[in-house]
Design a protein around this ligand. Structure first.
Ligand code: HSE
Length: 478
């Protein structure tokens, strides 16, 4: 019997066998993963800090398994850094490293550009340039997507490239892929969770060890958990960036940071955590993306909230992140994992590299994606942001007062005038003749809370402006 190959095609070979004058045509399906002719995919890294080195290290660590799964060889061909002289944990061949971004962005041999430099200036310019050339860009840069995503996804769509961003939200948790692909059958009434590890670490230690905010922040700084710009972690901006990205992914609508409630953890004290615990709550910094499909309103917000200890998300402690996704088909799914750090974040970057490799080998772009802007616009058609003032829920107040006769009565009168009804009241006497009154309320709205806080702070017996936190109940959100 003689065999001769008569054609090679993606995925199979055609061949004929001849035997005793007979001739038969056959197909052999190629096991691409075992073929020695695997395509080499060339990757360029812009930035070689914690995440960049993690990507290199973890591709090397699991190279055999990864290349088997992807059916391609991975070559990190170029690495671009700002400072060539800096000592790095991961040592790479000198020919691969330079300080010239053009060797990645303008290099026709580079198939995938990974922007891992962070920031918005140069990172924006280089991402634009790579996408303009139709390249696939992978990023972990949440601030850049939040502020310039609309433009960057549009360039990717027009030029036939792609912009992947799994590592931008919740570190190693595959939340982007989960919403985009695994939960593609759903529309999302509620997505909420903990998206900032540093603030979660601070709140966890305050709760467990009774430490003050300042003391815990000091430790978080020593451990290198706090961003160089501390406001990103402490004022909720980092988590708000991530909430904006999830809102776009799930609802096709870009929301600006200045349009949403964004409050951090600086006002939370040990006594708030203690009273919350007595009432069956924990205090967490929550991102909430809630859609009311009937009214076609979207609420995107980021703020500390009391949440029942019975909720899975309330049990997400330390530097962990957790996201609860409620879809109209699947119900509620909760993902918990490491929201930051070298290995967790590089796991997500490599997951995007894998999707990019499949695309480069002919697979279609991911299912619900920025590729199909028209569908996205339809999803968001007529969708409006809910008015912040109309946000409804229960609230917690901490009111610092002079410990005098009639003060509680006065507070009750002001609350009643504002149509806010008390659910619980706790008082803590202090040695200096003042007291802290902690109140939880029945359901009210944001506008009433603001008005009552102002009225309370105008009372001579009230010291400073009362502090309030929302009480978050996932079952009553819309
Ligand atoms: N500062 C961020 C956090 C890093 O603490 O979660 C990961 O985005």
């Amino acid at each position: 019997m003689a065999l001769s190959i008569i054609g090679a095609h993606i995925g199979y070979l055609r061949y004929v066998s001849t035997h005793g004058g007979g001739r038969r045509e056959h197909l052999i399906y190629k096991n691409l993963r075992n073929m020695s002719e695997k395509r080499t995919i060339r990757i360029g890294l812009l930035g070689f800090g914690v995440v960049g080195q993690g990507v290199w290290k973890n591709i090397e660590k699991n190279r055999i398994a990864l290349e088997y799964r992807l059916g391609a060889q991975l070559d990190i061909t170029e690495v671009v850094v700002k400072n060539l002289g800096r000592e790095r944990e991961v040592v790479i061949p000198p020919k691969s490293i330079s300080d010239d971004a053009r060797r990645v962005v303008d290099n026709p041999d580079i198939d995938i550009v990974c922007e891992l430099m962070g920031g918005k200036g140069e990172a924006l310019e280089l991402t634009r340039r790579a996408l303009e050339q139709g390249k696939i860009v992978v990023t972990a840069n949440k601030a850049l997507i939040c502020e310039h995503g609309e433009e960057l996804f549009e360039i990717a769509r027009q030029k036939g490239g792609h912009y992947f961003y799994e590592a931008s939200v919740a570190g190693g948790i595959p939340i982007i892929k989960t919403i985009r692909e695994a939960l593609v059958a759903n529309r999302f009434k509620l997505i909420f969770g903990i998206l900032n590890g540093t603030s979660n670490y601070i709140l966890t230690r305050m709760e467990r060890e009774g430490l003050s905010f300042e003391a815990t922040l000091g430790d978080a700084r020593k451990l290198g958990y706090v961003e160089a710009d501390e406001a990103l972690d402490l004022d909720g901006i980092d988590a708000a960036h991530k909430a904006v990205i999830l809102a776009y992914l799930a609802h096709g609508k870009w929301v600006r940071l200045d349009e949403i409630i964004c409050e951090g953890i600086r006002e939370i004290t040990g006594e708030d955590i203690e009273i919350a615990a007595q009432l069956g709550y924990k205090i967490k910094l929550l991102a909430v993306i809630a859609r009311d499909f009937e009214a076609n309103k979207l609420s995107v917000r980021l703020h500390p909230a009391l949440i029942s200890k019975k909720e899975v998300i309330a049990g997400v402690d330390e530097v962990y992140n957790g996201v609860s996704v409620t879809g109209d088909v699947v119900g509620t799914t909760v993902l918990i994992g490491r929201g930051a750090g070298q290995d967790a974040t590089s796991s997500s970057v490599i997951s995007d590299i894998a999707d990019a490799v499949f695309m480069l080998q002919g697979a279609p772009a991911p299912v619900i994606s920025e590729e199909d802007e028209a569908t996205y616009q339809k999803l968001a058609d007529g969708l409006e942001l809910a008015d912040k003032a109309s946000l409804k829920g229960r609230y917690y107040f901490r009111i610092h007062v002079r410990d005098e006769e009639g003060v509680l009565a006065k507070i009750s009168e002001i609350m009643a005038k504002g149509h806010i009804s008390f659910a619980t009241v706790n008082q803590k006497e202090l040695e200096d003749g003042t007291a802290k009154i902690m109140v939880t309320t029945h359901i009210t709205d944001e506008a009433s809370v603001m008005q009552v806080k102002t009225a309370l702070s105008e009372q001579s017996a009230v010291i400073g402006r009362p502090v309030s936190f929302r009480i978050f109940d996932p079952n009553t959100q819309a």
